[in-house]
Design a protein around this ligand. Sequence first.
Ligand SMILES: Cc1cc2nc3c(=O)[nH]c(=O)nc-3n(C[C@H](O)[C@H](O)[C@H](O)COP(=O)(O)O)c2cc1C
Length: 330
Amino acid sequence: MVSIGPLPVPGRLLLAPMAGVTDLAFRTVCREQGAAGAVSEMISAQALLYQDGKTRALLRREKVPGLYGVQLFGKEPEILARAAKKALELSGCDYIDLNMGCPTGKIVRNGEGCALMRDLPLAGRIIAAVRAAVPVPVTVKCRKGWDSGSVCAVELARIAREEGADAVCVHGRTRAQLYSGRADWDVIREVKRSVDIPVIANGDVFEPEDVPRILRYTGADLAMAGRGAMGNPWLFSRGAAALAGEPVPPMPGVRERMRVARRQFGLALEDKGEKIACLEARKYLSWYLRGVPYAGYAREKISRVTAAADVERVIDLICRELTGETEDRD
Ligand SMILES: Cc1cc2nc3c(=O)[nH]c(=O)nc-3n(C[C@H](O)[C@H](O)[C@H](O)COP(=O)(O)O)c2cc1C
């Protein structure tokens, strides 16, 4: 079994951190479908130290067992170190992940996220400071580099290893690429060859078969899926089957999809209250209908839910109209 520091990882596919997506409710359903670990949405170190409420709510740990990392972003070693301590204290997370890959304009303009790949000495000081501040493993998530002329994932991974990081996760795209083109798995392979800490391969794991493919191709210890898991937590159970060389079960039908969507919504309701849970459900409920024929009318209804009762009604409608049967609610 692969370990991150002393932590054994119960599987080989992790859920990637995604702001606005991987909240407590979604992390829970992914874990229930076999995700070996999950990472919080990215959390501003500065906001965690100096503001209340919203930022702290992002930290809450899901109740189902499994590896949980909190991801922090920032640029000042001292602030990140203090924030890491606080995140650990408040959440009881298993490890701290440092964001060095976020490409968003307002983050990189501020010298944070992927901008740290343009200042490797500072990235190193951040890793060292956080390493010294917390007793749990520290991981670094980066991209291939800033742009095609400044590919530096290998260099950053070496620095991370030197400064005491316990694993490094590489998304095989540059900042300039954002999410376009194909992820470069060769660079992940190079990173794996260059460091002796676990490497997590990330980028374009969309189908169950991609899990053994990315692991074999890159030699990485673990894989991580982001967009492919949206509305599709079965990527984890089906990916595990593919990895074990077993027949991959087909995508579940509408009934099972709606069972899990209802569960995700119920958890979100508990965690965030009706107003926010409903606004967010407008986005992710539709994802559960990917590939389902004649779903246009249901999507239209989903885009207008404002109360928990609307969500229940639209899920019932989907179960009735798109499967010809009403879902069991036991
Ligand atoms: C909506 C969205 C939000 C994201 N938010 C984060 C984030 O908060 N922290 C992070 O490190 N990466 C974030 N990412 C990047 C993903 O973690 C991942 O590296 C990227 O999507 C590539 O993996 P994939 O091809 O499996 O989606 C985000 C990606 C998306 C699509």
